[in-house]
Structure formats: C-alpha cells, structure tokens
Design a protein around this ligand. Structure first.
Ligand code: FAD
Ligand code: SF4
Ligand code: SF4
Length: 482
C-alpha cells in the first residue's frame, strides 16, 4: 500500500521505521485494528511493515503514541514519574527505586535453570503462586518449521511448570503484537517480562487502552545491553559445524562450573550430516562473542538511554561486580519499584528462600558500567553526529555533545557503529557464499582498527592515572619537606 497522506502511521514510518530506529517491539502492530504487521527483514531483525491489504481508514490509527522510539510518546522519566514518584527515590542512572539487591534464589533449582541467579523466574512464579496473577507473558523456545524459522517467541504461561520452562535469556528478536491480542481475548491478570524498550512500549499501550491496563498488572524488566538479530544465534551455530538453516535450538547461557559467571557456554542443537546433534562450547572460544563489539545489534539500541527498564515494577540483571562474578552459578542485581514485589522479596529473604545482599543504587549502576558509558557519554556523541548530518532522530534524555569525549574515544564510538552495521551485511555475504570465514575476514578489518583505538584509549587512561599519582606524591613530598 502506498503511503500517500501524512497520517500518524505515515509519520511513524517516515521517522522511526525509515530511519532504521525500529526495535521491532510490535507495539504499533498491537494497536487495535492496526494495519501494521511485524516481519523479519533480510538481516533477521523484526521491523514494522504495512499490510498490503490495509485500507486508508485503518491507516489513520494512532500509533506514534505507543512507539518507544517516536517523538510523540512519553519518555522513561515521564512514565517513571507517573508510576513510581509517589513512593520511590530517584537515582540519575537507575531511575526510581524502592530497594536494590544482589544475590540469587536458593530454593527449587531456579538458579540452576536461570541465566543468572534465577530471580527473573522466581518473581513471576511467586506472583502466580500467591494468586496475584493468572498468567505470565514471557519468551519461550519454539520449534522452527518450513514456514517460520524463529527459535523463540512471546507466549502466555498459565501453569507454574510453564513459567519455569520459560527461564533463560533469549538474545533473539521477539515481538509483542500476538500476545497483546491474547490479553484482549482472554480475561485475566497478567505479568509481562521484557527488555526496557518493550516494557516502555507495553506501558504506552496500557495508557492508550484501558483493557490492557486492567489486565497487565505487573511489568518485570530485564537489564539490557542491546538486542541481537537472528544472525547472532546462527553465528555461534555455524562455528559448531551447524549451518544457519540447520539450527533447531540454542541456549545462550549454559553455566560452566568452575568458570566465572561471565564465561558461560552456549548449547546448540541442530542437524549435522542428517543427525540431530547437540554441541556445548564455552563462549570465550567463539568468534563474535564480545558484546562490546556489538555484532548484530539493532541500530535502535545505539539510540537508547534506558539500561535498567526504568518503567518496570522490578528489574533483574547480572551482578557484573568483582565480588559476585567469580561464582559460575550466576548472581542477579535487582531493582524493586513496586511495594507488592518488595514484600515478596523481603518475605523470601526472611524464609531463606532468597539469598540477597542489600546493595545501593550506585552499586547497581556500577554493575552495568559499560552499558551506561555506551548509553550516556557514547549516546551523546552519536546524537551529535546525527544532528550534524541534519537527519531525523528520536529525542533522548541525553543531550547531543562531542566535547566530553577525547578524539580517541570518539573514534571508538564511530567504529562501534560501523561494526554493528557491517556485521549484518558481512553475515549475509557469508551466507550467500556458504563460507563463514567471509564473515570473519570482513569483520576483522574493522575489529582490528577498533582494538588499536581501544588500546590507545587504555594507554591514555593509564598515563593519566600515573601522571595524577606522580603529582600527588610530589605534592605530598613537598608538604612533608616544607
Ligand atoms: C537482549 C538481552 C540483553 C541483556 N543484556 C543484559 C546486560 O547488558 N546486563 C545484564 O546485567 N543483564 C542483561 N540481560 C539480562 C540477563 O541476561 C538475564 O536475563 C537476567 O539477569 C535475568 O536472569 P535470571 O536468571 O534472573 O532470569 P531467568 O530465571 O533466566 O528468567 C529470565 C526471564 O526472562 C524472560 N526472557 C528471556 N529473554 C527475553 C527477552 N528477549 N524478552 C523478554 N523476556 C525474556 C524469560 O522468558 C524468563 O521469564 C539481558 C537480557 C536480554 C534478553
Ligand atoms: S519500535 Fe515498535 S512501535 Fe516503533 S515502529 Fe518499531 S515496532 Fe512499531
Ligand atoms: S538496548 Fe535499548 S533499544 Fe536496544 S533492546 Fe535494549 S532496551 Fe531496547
């Protein structure tokens, strides 16, 4: 369908979608009678498209208000204030919070089955067990078939077994439109689990549609570094000898006893020489595992400023802190914003069902220091670059700026964007030639430049520290000898 008039939908497409700022959440497709459909693009990323049969009348649907990347929707500060300012304190990075913890679940194998300390699944199980919700909307594995190759999708769990079987992190594209329709069709009270921009989209949908607000009673957030395309899973599988079209299942976070929590493994199931086989490989052995390089990242993630799901009632992440990272079983950080969830957590601690330390909001922020550096200082510079090109971009809570970064760090951020962009193209080229090394060769050309620049930044930081220390010693010496 041609996009002729300046309807709300047309504006969404001219800005967010055409600018490649769409994170593929599916909120615009979830609006009642929306003509938008979610489709995986040629690079394995969900993106909004207009259904070919859409009528002009439907094209008038109001969609910008529910899009987390539109400039016509509320931002995380505005939503957070509306939801939590009456009883929570505010931290400049963590947002509103009632209480903050680090630890894990000590009962019933939640930690074994989870990606980290198992708190993500424990919280939603507990909400169900206490009769506070009738179901949990979260991400499950699915069997890929000839019509639909996806390995994961959002699904409603209505039993505790189903809830528990949905544990683990899925670094994979998912979208919300199907499950939002399910919430409309099926009366009940639900909890939903999601990465920050998805929870923001759900909050925006709930503001627009009272039925959704009535039925979605808890939003559980996951801390987020960035989202990956389907090619991330395929890249790991290919290195294990399973070609992308033969991949059947993946566990991105297989715990490996004796290693640090961040040195987890990946478990791949696929067809090799006509047999279904399973491979487990430590992620540090695999090419492209470094999240800092941003392989297969959606462009939207480089224009996001919410690391800790600031609009969620509770958020869980990994405690990437020196005192916790050595435990291969995994440890969560936890930010609680809803009093009912705080009560569940405190009761769980008192009954020794949860092993949690009280930590402060600064420590939570420290556990995600790279994520914050990329989405505060790094984001300010990326916004500056887009503004210099006089292109449309989403409004952010961070101001565009270049002055705060050294030339070296600026180069580093430019190379990160280049690596993410090139990874999508290079992997497609590798698939077209049937040769994984094509991907490695193309990526290495940028990765090597990035490593050199990063090394430069590191030396400069080290030299700065040494200089500071020397100055400190000299002034101390002068004071002592004066
Ligand atoms: C794309 C992505 C990026 C992440 N980046 C970071 C990061 O930078 N730093 C950090 O500390 N943590 C990050 N996390 C969170 C981390 O991987 C763990 O999910 C989190 O620590 C919870 O672990 P757990 O053991 O408590 O949860 P589990 O008990 O394993 O439960 C996880 C819950 O999340 C649901 N879920 C899994 N994947 C998705 C998804 N894509 N969308 C919605 N729901 C999902 C599951 O269905 C389950 O309900 C990320 C997660 C995702 C999905
Ligand atoms: S980010 Fe979400 S709401 Fe916005 S255009 Fe993409 S799918 Fe639609
Ligand atoms: S980095 Fe931001 S935009 Fe990207 S998936 Fe995470 S929350 Fe969404």
């Amino acid at each position: 369908m041609e996009r002729e008039n300046h309807t709300d939908i047309q504006k969404l497409f001219e800005t967010v979608v055409d600018g490649d700022y769409c994170i593929g959440c599916g909120a615009c497709a979830a609006v009642k009678e929306s003509p938008i459909q979610m489709k995986l693009d040629g690079y394995g990323k969900f993106t909004a498209t207009i259904a070919p049969s859409a009528s002009q009348q439907l094209l008038d649907s109001s969609v910008q208000a529910v899009c987390p990347f539109s400039n016509h929707s509320l931002n995380e500060d505005q939503l957070g204030q509306e939801l939590f300012s009456h009883n929570c304190q505010r931290h400049d990075r963590i947002g509103y919070h009632l209480s903050t913890y680090a630890g894990f679940v000590s009962e019933d194998g939640f930690r074994d089955r989870g990606s980290s300390g198992g708190m993500g699944t424990w919280i939603v199980s507990e909400l169900m067990q206490q009769g506070l919700v009738d179901g949990v909307i979260h991400v499950h594995q699915r069997q890929p078939d000839a019509d639909d190759s996806r390995l994961f999708h959002y699904q409603l769990s209505t039993t505790l077994e189903q809830v528990r079987s949905g544990a683990k992190s899925r670094y994979y594209p998912i979208e919300l439109s199907g499950v939002m329709q399910l919430v409309r069709d099926r009366p009940g009270r639900y909890a939903i689990v999601g990465i920050p921009c998805f929870i923001k989209a759900v909050r925006l949908l709930m503001r627009q549609e009272p039925l959704l607000a009535e039925r979605i009673v808890f939003c559980v957030g996951l801390v987020c570094g960035h989202l990956k395309s389907t090619q991330f899973a395929a890249m790991f599988a290919w290195q294990c000898g399973i070609t992308p079209d033969n991949l059947r299942a993946i566990d991105f976070r297989k715990k490996l006893p004796g290693l640090n929590a961040n040195q987890y493994g990946v478990e791949i199931v696929g067809v090799q020489d006509g047999q279904v086989v399973t491979h487990v490989r430590p992620v540090p052995e695999l090419y492209g595992r470094d999240w800092g390089l941003g392989f297969f990242k959606y462009k939207a993630c480089d224009y996001c400023d919410d690391v800790v799901a600031e609009t969620a009632d509770v958020v869980v992440g990994d405690a990437w802190l020196p005192q916790y990272v050595q435990d291969s079983q995994g440890t969560n950080v936890l930010v609680v914003r809803h009093p009912v969830i705080q009560d569940l957590v405190e009761l769980g601690m008192a009954a020794d069902r949860l092993q949690l330390d009280r930590i402060d909001a600064d420590e939570v922020a420290k556990s995600q220091s790279s994520g914050f550096a990329h989405r505060r200082e790094g984001l300010a510079y990326r916004l500056y670059l887009v503004d210099r090109q006089k292109q449309w971009r989403p409004l952010k809570r961070v101001q565009a700026s270049a002055k705060h970064l050294s030339r070296n760090l600026q180069k580093r951020h430019v190379l990160r964007v280049e690596m993410a962009t090139e990874s999508h193209l290079a992997f497609k080229a590798a698939i077209a030639t049937g040769t994984f090394s094509v991907f490695v060769e193309k990526m290495d050309a940028i990765v090597q430049r990035y490593r050199v620049v990063s090394q430069g930044s590191r030396w400069k930081r080290l030299a700065g520290k040494v200089k500071g220390k020397v100055q400190q010693l000299v002034s101390q010496f002068r004071k002592e000898t004066a």
